[in-house]
Ligand binder design. Structure first.
Ligand code: ADP
Ligand code: MG
Length: 361
């Protein structure tokens, strides 16, 4: 097992696309690290560079203490499973999974034990005798996963390996795969565009956007303390409310006077000192706003919609041409059109610089 470290990784394709832009990132030995970001942000390219399938333009990749920049994939001691898996079509699922072990001469009874264990975890015992052609795409994907995890390499690299599964199986597989990784203790880089997958599986999450690494943190850190506007808008459902404001004296003011949020003087001072210009963005999560019927809150508005979600209610309230989303206990009963006031939990809000898009406090 080993640490994986990426230093100042840059990948520019021959057509000029800058897919990875100076990314530095380390997964300590045994960690399950998720690369999360929208399609096209450079996740696959980063992983392919670590795998040795793509040569980076500049930067270094370490596996353990070794610089692996010039090693071919076969000498990096990694196992990978990619979105577009390739199974040997003429081999059964069993033989596909067993292949990497046979290649290094593991004894047949040991192979059998390990194949059955992996097949059990991935729930593919029933297809072990079949060839890929007669399996569903979800089964094929799990066989490909099985073939990757059957070995005990230094590192697992996984690129959206659960994509082809239906929702129920995907959520089971999240748990099983995480469990298996923990049991094996193999450092894992796991790529996904699905924030639920990232939040539930990752020990830490690295959020990427347009080739840039935006933030690395535990699921709770990236949720509660997004470092950039992009992370704030990408993580969470509903995403963080982002409201344009300016600092006037010690209070944040919205565009039209419907929002006025008094800050502690030291907080206001910190913002003043760090801001690059007048434009700020207040970030607050739906669950960190309370609604009331009076007019003593930080914002006033009218209820636009109310959606009962079972365990909670989701409100949207119009404010200066945007909609603020608020989740409350399911028992609150404000109706559409009701004038209400909103109070923001000061200890949970973020303030971003509108120009740099980075969090100030
Ligand atoms: P992700 O996996 O996050 O969806 P990718 O790493 O596949 O993103 O792609 C990042 C960017 O690099 C995209 O703009 C993509 O179009 C581009 N790209 C990927 N592979 C190539 C390639 N072989 N040649 C040129 N551009 C590429
Ligand atoms: Mg990809």
């Amino acid at each position: 097992m080993a640490e994986v470290r990426i230093e100042n990784l840059v990948k520019v394709f021959p057509n000029g696309t800058r897919a990875v832009n100076d990314v530095s990132l380390a997964a300590p030995d045994g960690e399950f690290l998720v690369l999360l970001g929208p399609s096209g942000c450079g996740k696959t390219t980063t992983l392919r560079c670590v795998a040795g399938l793509e040569r980076q333009t500049s930067g270094d990749i370490y596996i353990g203490e070794r610089v692996v920049n010039d090693l071919p994939p076969g000498e990096r001691d990694i196992a990978f499973v990619f979105q577009f898996y390739a199974l040997y079509p003429h081999l059964s699922a069993y033989d596909n999974i067993a292949f990497p072990l046979r290649a290094v001469g593991v004894a047949a009874d040991e192979i059998d034990r390990r194949v059955m264990r992996v097949a059990e975890t991935l729930r593919i015992k029933h297809v072990l005798r079949k060839r890929p052609r007669s399996m569903s795409s979800g089964e094929q994907q799990r066989v490909a996963l099985g073939r990757a995890v059957i070995r005990r390499p230094q590192v697992f690299l996984m690129d959206e390996p659960l994509t082809n599964l239906d929702a129920a199986l995907r959520s089971d597989m999240r748990v099983e795969l995480k469990h298996l990784q923990r049991e094996l203790g193999v450092t894992t880089l796991y790529v996904t565009h699905d924030q639920t997958e990232a939040m539930t599986m990752g020990e830490r999450i690295a959020v990427m956007q347009l080739g840039d690494l935006q933030q690395v943190g535990t699921p709770l850190e990236v949720y509660q303390y997004p470092a950039t506007l992009f992370v704030a808008s990408f993580i969470g459902d509903p995403p963080m409310n982002l409201i344009p404001v300016t600092l006037e004296g010690d209070a944040l003011q919205g565009a039209s006077g419907h929002l006025s949020l008094a800050l502690a003087p030291d907080v206001a001072g910190a913002i003043r000192q760090k801001q690059s210009g007048p434009g700020l963005v207040l970030g607050v999560r739906a669950e960190d706003i309370t609604l009331s019927g009076g007019d003593e809150g930080d914002m006033r508005g009218e209820v636009t919609t109310r959606e009962p979600l079972g365990d909670q209610a989701l409100y949207s309230v119009g404010l200066d041409g945007q909609f603020i989303q608020i989740t409350t206990a399911p028992t609150t009963r404000f109706g559409v059109g009701d004038a209400i006031s909103l109070s923001i939990d000061r200890s949970r809000m973020r303030v971003f610089d509108a120009a740099t898009e980075r969090a100030l406090v």
